[in-house]
Design a protein around this ligand. Structure first.
Ligand SMILES: C[S@@+](CC[C@H](N)C(=O)[O-])C[C@H]1O[C@@H](n2cnc3c(N)ncnc32)[C@H](O)[C@@H]1O
Length: 351
């Protein structure tokens, strides 16, 4: 996950953030950042999963509250996983697990950066998508819980977040459901912020944010290059904006996750052609971001086949594919199949 790294100070230094609502976040941001950098988060998660170092695919191992390292880990400026594969929580894991995270405690310094980017001020009403640590920070950031609505798609995550927030004395409006439709019942909002990424911005967020209000969300495609965007809602229902930089990454909103890969195509079922553009151009974040616009439903997979690495772009639903590989001399070749020419579409956009 994006944002600067580094560790926070000893947990003993914990300060409880907060204060009276309505004292003005804008004026407090500097103080808030200082407090966070010195003291960490306003509340620790009940238990977390940390990345297990080692070669191979990413593995996660639990750090439970009875672990002597637990409190310190909770206060590290690191993204800590709280749920895996949609149902597995830290207490379910013995040893290590290698499935994808589905909920996490966002990197604390990233949440602070996003609160700055959101330009929240006295009396602003905020809609948040994805509930947890960031919700606590919104409440702590002098907004006051009455002005915060947070919607979380996962019932279990929502329940444990509600417990953790309540234990800290925060009782914002918490809603369980798909945040992509927002929460019109409490609209309009001055600000909408998403702590999961989206492939395209739901128009419901524009409709539910006041004219002049801001929307802050990370846009991400299926090649996993993403960027934080800030949009200003206009009176005409249009919300222009710009990317803010920093290669901010969040897990995708669940309805925006890519489909399973299914059965792979027969990569020998097409002629091999030389290509000037190799698969390595997609190692670059910005190039990949643009490539996603050219082939928005393509996923990227690498396979070891016949003694060489095949870099495959795969549009599962339409059945389009492009496989790039290097020959013995290091020159790139491409084979393409299905109804679209994925490599050609990408090459045209990134040229
Ligand atoms: C990176 S976590 C952030 C959690 C929390 N905001 C925090 O900062 O600790 C992303 C969260 O978004 C939630 N999420 C994913 N898709 C969602 C959706 N469509 N609506 C609401 N929440 C969603 C996930 O379940 C997960 O808890």
């Amino acid at each position: 996950m994006g944002g600067p790294g580094g560790s926070f100070a000893e947990p003993d230094d914990l300060l409880v953030l907060g204060g009276e609502p309505g004292q003005g976040l804008a004026a407090e941001v500097g103080e808030l950042r200082d407090c966070l950098l010195r003291c960490g988060q306003p509340f620790p998660e009940l238990a977390v999963l940390e990345r297990a170092e080692g070669p191979g695919p990413t593995a996660w191992r639990p750090v439970m509250p009875d672990d002597p390292r637990w409190l310190e880990r909770c206060y590290d400026d690191e993204s800590l996983v709280t749920q895996i594969a949609g149902t597995i929580v830290p207490r379910d894991v013995r040893g290590e697990i290698m499935r994808s995270p589905t909920s996490s405690r966002t990197l604390p310094s990233l949440v602070v950066r996003m609160l700055e980017d959101l330009q929240v001020d006295d009396g602003h009403k905020v809609q948040e998508i994805g509930t947890g640590y960031s919700t606590g920070l919104l409440c702590a950031a002098r907004l006051g819980e009455d002005l915060v609505t947070s919607k979380e798609v996962d019932q279990d995550v929502a329940a444990s977040a509600a417990v953790a927030l309540g234990a800290c004395g925060y009782f914002p409006e918490l809603v369980v459901g798909d945040g992509l439709v927002g929460h019109p019942e409490s609209a309009p909002y001055d600000r909408t912020i998403a702590t999961c990424a989206v492939r395209d911005l739901p128009y419901a967020w524009v409709e539910q944010t006041k004219p002049g209000g801001l929307i802050l969300a990370t846009l991400c495609g299926w090649m996993y290059a993403s960027e934080l965007a800030r949009l200003t809602v206009g009176k005409d229902g249009v919300a222009p904006g710009r990317f803010l930089g920093g290669r901010v990454a969040f897990m995708l909103a669940r309805p925006h996750l890519p489909p399973d890969l299914g059965t792979l195509p027969d990569l020998d079922d097409a002629d091999e052609q030389p290509t000037e553009i190799g698969a390595d151009v997609l190692d670059d974040w910005s190039t990949r971001f643009v490539a996603q616009l050219a082939a928005p439903r393509a996923q990227r997979v690498s396979l070891e086949l016949g003694g060489r690495t095949e870099h495959v772009l795969l549009g599962v639903d339409a059945g389009a594919w492009a496989a790039l590989a290097q020959d013995d001399r290091g020159a790139w070749t491409v084979r393409q199949g299905g109804p679209a020419r994925l490599r050609d579409d990408v090459a045209e956009h990134i040229a």
